[in-house]
Design a protein around this ligand. Structure first.
Ligand code: SF4
Ligand code: SF4
Length: 197
């Protein structure tokens, strides 16, 4: 043992260093929060519970049963059935997502030509029953209604997403307003969209 080690031991230097660190941490603002009483805002691009966009004019889904989302889904957790003859508009009869199998890649959102399916910022949907996270069409539309309510009139779609589909800036001016209402966009969102187009 060196002389320096001896002094350190005799004066409890290491213990004092430890106590100083404890005191420093004790006086520092904690990085943790008291969830679920406190909640952090979700980051841009967060991919949470699925929702199906409801057309405010018809009250029905925007989905046209093109099957693209089901085809692109790497987890194969989207199940769609439809009626309608070849070459005619399809009628969606079943649309289901098994959320437990979803890996939240967002491909279904990106590929949808109608912007009919979205991943919302809602993340508190853990459940004891498997069935609760087996979303059928009605449940997905309900998720949308809850999502819209929580947004308080801001843009329906997370700005990070930039989904394909209807590009407002490229629509004729007389059709833009309808699209703004459909998506619940603000004036700022609209001018931003037009600038980017
Ligand atoms: S987010 Fe990905 S895994 Fe989940 S349903 Fe969509 S395509 Fe499938
Ligand atoms: S890609 Fe969009 S429009 Fe096509 S089936 Fe899926 S949700 Fe419906």
């Amino acid at each position: 043992m060196t002389f320096r080690d001896l002094i350190n031991k005799a004066l409890f230097i290491e213990i004092l260093k430890g106590l100083a660190l404890t005191l420093k941490v004790f006086l520092t603002k904690p990085v943790t929060i008291k969830y679920p009483h406190e909640k952090r805002p979700v980051s841009s691009g967060f991919r949470g519970r699925h929702a199906m966009v409801r057309d405010p004019q018809t009250g029905k889904e925007l989905c046209v049963a093109c099957m693209k989302c089901a085809m692109v889904c790497p987890s194969q957790c989207i199940y769609i059935k439809y009626t309608g003859a070849e070459g005619e508009p399809r009628e969606l009869t079943k649309y289901e997502i098994e959320a437990y199998r979803c890996i939240y890649c967002g491909y279904c959102v990106e590929v949808c030509p109608m912007n009919a399916i979205v991943l919302t910022e809602h993340y508190e949907y853990a459940s004891y029953k498997r069935q609760d996270n087996y979303f059928d069409k009605e449940r997905l539309l309900k998720n949308w209604d809850e999502h819209i309510k929580s947004l308080k009139a801001t843009s329906y779609s997370n700005k990070f997403w930039k989904p394909l589909g209807i590009d407002i800036g490229r629509l004729p001016a007389n059709k833009r307003q309808a699209e703004v209402e459909l998506k619940g966009l603000s004036k700022d969102d609209l001018s931003q969209n037009i600038k980017e187009a």
